[in-house]
Design a protein around this ligand. Sequence first.
Ligand SMILES: C[S@@+](CC[C@H](N)C(=O)[O-])C[C@H]1O[C@@H](n2cnc3c(N)ncnc32)[C@H](O)[C@@H]1O
Ligand code: SF4
Ligand code: SF4
Length: 519
Amino acid sequence: MAISAESPASTSRLRPLPGIKVEVAGQAASGCSTTGGEGKASCGSSDGQGDMPAEIWDKVKNHPCYSEEAHHHYARMHVAVAPACNIQCNYCNRKYDCSNESRPGVVSQKLTPDQAVKKVLAVASEIPQMTVLGIAGPGDALANPAKTFETFRQLQEQAPDIKLCLSTNGLALPDYVDEIAKYNVDHVTITINMVDPDVGAQIYPWIFYNHKRIYGREAAEILTERQMLGLEMLTARGILTKINSVLIPGINDEHLYEVNRAVKARGAFLHNIMPLISEAEHGTYFGLNGQRGPTAQELKDVQDACMGGANLMRHCRQCRADAVGLLGEDRSDEFTLDQIEQMDVVYDIEKRRAYQEQVEAERQAQHAAKQTALSEQGADDGMKVLVAVATTGGGKVNQHFGHADEFQIYELTASSTTFVGHRRVDLYCQGGYGEDEQLPSIVNAINDCHAVLVSKIGACPRDELLAAGIEPVEEYAHEFIEKAALGWFAGYRARVASGEITHIPRGDAAIRQGAFKAA
Ligand SMILES: C[S@@+](CC[C@H](N)C(=O)[O-])C[C@H]1O[C@@H](n2cnc3c(N)ncnc32)[C@H](O)[C@@H]1O
Ligand code: SF4
Ligand code: SF4
């Protein structure tokens, strides 16, 4: 597909682009449910490739961030080799020795490139489904170019099967595109929160550029120009890009649609709209000044409004800069420098490959089960519901309600299943203490869902969920998630059709008791 990089009307305030035509070698939309947010049933391919070109498919099918399906099966890790930053965001406060905060920009230990490479080899040997190594701070990968590229250089030699990624604010990006290509870094994340410097001036107090500090609107103007130029240059080289945007209510919530269209026009592969994390105790400008993050509903509304543009990632976990494991789990505690010194690391590519073949077979089985379940749904009657799922990974409904500290949320129609996000909750099972207090907050977190799919649930929470209009479902324990959800949905629609129950749309209006009623 050829995409013109000329400025679309909505981004006319940007630096005029050089009018290059950018070849985008296959957008996510042409694949089949490979991205986070828009998995439709139109694709019948058994593995999910759809009509995506093979070279793109190879880059995304086992990348947990670029493919929603892959994130159930494959792991990633970050190494914290990039402490410095060349700009200031009003939502960021980096910490270098912190083990108890789970947010971007925080790490337990800064690493040298040599230490980082040791750690990657150790993790990759212990967790063979770890396919991706990213440098995401705690500062900016490209504000620390020597450490970033030395890490990549060594890894390319010693672990050539691992995909390399980096995250940047984009200010220095145009200067490093050649080096990014040289080390086969084929996934780059750029954080783009605005394409309008007036919006940018409310997010970025300063940038450090050309040996000086630049403030306010002028800083934001330079930043947006550099981000757009860097994105175009990556697209022109066939490097896949993911755009992160932090949703900041009252500042860029209404503007992110424009960002989505601007990055799509420049060939972005995915757009990851993430909620602002903002607490006074993090010590950020926004946190200290009462700027709140969005609700789950506000986030979904903005993501939904952006559909039809750049494809959306909705399964981001906003990981720490030293995260290790499947998205949502963090095993970095098992790989401290002291522990790595004690490990007998043998990096065996063949063993990793053989293991990943099994993992890939599971991913494909999950995809095929979904396609079969969709084909059995019958005509689409326009009904749309959300369901919550308790899972420990592997793409299956395999967690007890009481053990879930989060639920994955899927939107179902008769012709699609779409992952729309995860909701963290307080653990219900507290060893007998405080359970009654947790339940209302759990119900509140999933109160826009019609059902919650679990491997098991106790009698007390079952009754309370039913009273709140949420149907607890154990029947599909240990099934693949989409197959389970669609199986329940087919039964639900049949009960509605027979008059056994009344379908009541939920959403915001569902914050009431008794939505799930017998007719
Ligand atoms: C720590 S940064 C490191 C990479 C790079 N410096 C950048 O900003 O893109 C990783 C991601 O975390 C995001 N981030 C940092 N603090 C955040 C916060 N308080 N809330 C939401 N996202 C945040 C950044 O915007 C960025 O997308
Ligand atoms: S660019 Fe990244 S590391 Fe730098 S201040 Fe912003 S979020 Fe923090
Ligand atoms: S922060 Fe988001 S994109 Fe980055 S590794 Fe975690 S899930 Fe993937």
